[in-house]
Design a binder for this molecule. Structure first.
Ligand SMILES: [Mg+2]
Length: 360
């Protein structure tokens, strides 16, 4: 089999509706702005990946930015690890955070997908893993006491053994009420987590989290700014419930800083912000060496495969926001991820009808 050569990049931009809209302490998300990447290689091989731009404003610039990297990968042999290092070196001056980092991560994810497809194996096999099943959890938004409890119950009825709620209401009493309403709805055996989406100040966070410290939560996520590692560590030291963070860390370098500061008990890198598959592997190696349990953020299909390769894999964050544009969305059975050898690559191929429907 001749080794593939990277030929070209093409992109589609879509706005996929989220029903119901997702409310957080930092705003409402009602559509997912996605850049769908196809990297075309010799022999008709195509690798796919998704870049999530959070805001529709960034959709078009992101698509152009990704296409702009064409000249740096076209004509090269397909080698995601080498291409990652090369692209990082070529973007050292502008820096590989923010939009540049997201674009490079998208390219990296698509290159790995192509390589696994070329080898005709799922990505987890290419990376030396097994179809390890991971506990998945569902999420509820910033929806108030009754609706949060109702959503939590719905997840548990669907077989999930964990639910995470957005909190950060005007008073701590409201936060406690939401947590207790969820607990009453799902019973004692379900893992409950809460997420502040970086909305608290350190001193307030310590005070507030003390009121939640005896609620049996599996973790409290991003109480303070994600890059304020020192204050995140202060909060972590002040309370007993584990602190979770990581979805906003850029690249393995941020993981390294967070671990050095001991900023959180658990880590949950986002496969895009952490630098694609290559960035994930580097960052997670650091986390594993530090004895931290690793969960994922968004990207359920790809994350299920990456967690299957990990030594300290913890939980998969399940979201169905993008499943309309994916041909075969991830299967969850009895609250666990299901992987098998039928899936080739990273588990991403397009539902072309829906891509056309949501195209912008
Ligand atoms: Mg979060």
């Amino acid at each position: 089999m001749k080794h593939p050569i990277v030929k070209s990049i093409s992109v589609s931009t879509v706005l996929v509706p989220i029903n119901p809209p997702h409310r957080t302490a930092s705003g409402v998300v009602d559509k997912s702005p996605l850049v769908l990447i196809d990297i075309h290689c010799s022999g008709g091989l195509v690798g796919h990946a998704i870049v999530f731009t959070y805001t529709p404003v960034a959709l078009k610039p992101m698509a152009e930015l990704i296409l702009g990297f064409h000249g740096l990968i076209a004509g090269q042999p397909l080698a995601p690890k080498s291409q990652y290092e090369y692209l990082q070196a070529r973007t050292r001056l502008i820096g590989s955070q923010g939009m540049v980092g997201m674009a490079l991560a998208g390219i990296d994810m698509a290159l790995w997908d192509a390589l696994a497809r070329h080898q005709e194996v799922p990505l987890f096999r290419l990376l030396g893993g097994e179809p390890q099943a991971i506990k998945a959890y569902g999420g509820t938004g910033f929806d108030g006491e009754l609706e949060t409890a109702r959503q939590a119950e719905k997840w548990v009825k669907a077989g999930y053994t964990g639910v995470k709620a957005k909190i950060g209401y005007p008073t701590v009493a409201e936060d406690v009420k939401v947590v207790r309403a969820m607990r009453a709805a799902v019973g004692p055996d379900v893992d409950l987590m809460v997420d502040y989406n970086q909305s608290l100040q350190t001193v307030d966070a310590i005070e507030r989290l003390r009121h939640l410290d005896n609620e049996g939560l599996l973790w409290i996520e991003e109480p303070v700014l994600a890059h304020d590692y020192a204050n995140s560590a202060r909060v972590k030291e002040a309370i007993n419930t584990p602190i979770q963070s990581g979805e906003n860390w850029w690249g393995p370098a941020d993981m390294s800083l967070a671990l050095a500061a001991d900023a959180s008990d658990f880590v949950m890198p986002d496969v895009m912000k952490i630098g694609g598959v290559t960035g994930w592997l580097k960052a997670v190696s650091l986390a594993e060496a530090a004895g931290k349990q690793v969960s994922s953020h968004l990207w359920p299909e790809l994350s299920a495969q990456l967690l299957a390769v990990g030594a300290t894999s913890h939980r998969l964050e399940y979201v169905d926001w993008w499943m309309d544009v994916i041909e075969t969305p991830l299967t969850i059975k009895h609250g666990m991820t299901v992987l098998n050898d039928d899936v080739k690559g990273a588990g991403i191929a397009w539902n072309n009808d829906n891509v056309e429907r949501y195209r912008v």
